[in-house]
Unconditional design. Structure first.
Length: 132
């Protein structure tokens, strides 16, 4: 059985439903920062919840979010492959997800530079690509 992970808003509990920013109205998202940096609305969608099949990949995304948390989630609805992910089958977009478990309530960048986290993301993505 495939396990799915989400790195994002802290404070969620098992059973909580994760909804996309277009529904919740939150502006504290990586999608918003991607838009500020020039990503198109088609590639960084505010109407989707992003999940990963690699725990380390979701952990890196959580670390980029202010006081982000790492969750195991159950996706809800139809999936679409994340067009920004360089490896097929690693990152997905869903209309919603439900928190199964809080794996790490606060994932911090502390002790690592942003470049170090990006290197970790690249390694995790490469490992996930080798496994598919």
């Amino acid at each position: 059985m495939t396990r799915y992970w989400h790195g994002g808003v802290p404070g969620r509990l098992p059973g909580d439903r994760l909804l996309p920013p277009a529904v919740t109205g939150t502006e504290r998202t990586l999608t918003r920062y991607a838009h500020v940096l020039g990503a198109s609305a088609e590639r960084a969608r505010r109407d989707r919840v992003y999940v990963a099949t690699g725990r380390d990949i979701a952990r890196v995304y959580a670390a980029f979010y202010p006081d982000g948390a790492l969750y195991e989630v159950l996706p809800v609805g139809g999936m679409t492959a994340d067009p920004d992910c360089l490896v097929d089958g690693v990152s997905w977009e869903y209309p919603a997800a439900v928190v199964v478990d809080v794996v790490d309530p606060v994932v911090l960048l502390r002790g690592r530079s942003v470049d170090a986290w990006l290197r970790l993301l690249n390694r995790a993505t490469a490992r996930a690509g080798e496994a598919t």
